[in-house]
Design a protein around this ligand. Sequence first.
Ligand code: ZN
Length: 118
Amino acid sequence: MEITCDIAMDLVDVYTSRAASEDTETAVRDHLKSCKECRRFYDGYKKSLDEEKKKKQTCFKVETSPCAADELIADSMTKVSKRLRRRRIISIVCSCISIAIVLASAVIDLRSILSDSD
Ligand SMILES: [Zn+2]
């Protein structure tokens, strides 16, 4: 089926996105083979699509890597803060125990002093 340049250019988008029916695809392909102007238009169109795709991919990469880094940082931060919290609890417990020991020894000393004076 022969199509005009206008029809071919109208269909270039459908053709490049491979959403065209077999008949449309064949008609556009045949037209592109025989028509230099439409071929040039098609090549430029495809190139711009590819560039757009590449841009999107690089943008995606740029966007995801800091996000992934943020996640890693957040993950390690929670790990670190958990560890710090655990350490803080341990140090509080340790200081409580040492205070209890000091108090107990003081009480024992007082008792021994009191019992000595008797
Ligand atoms: Zn043409």
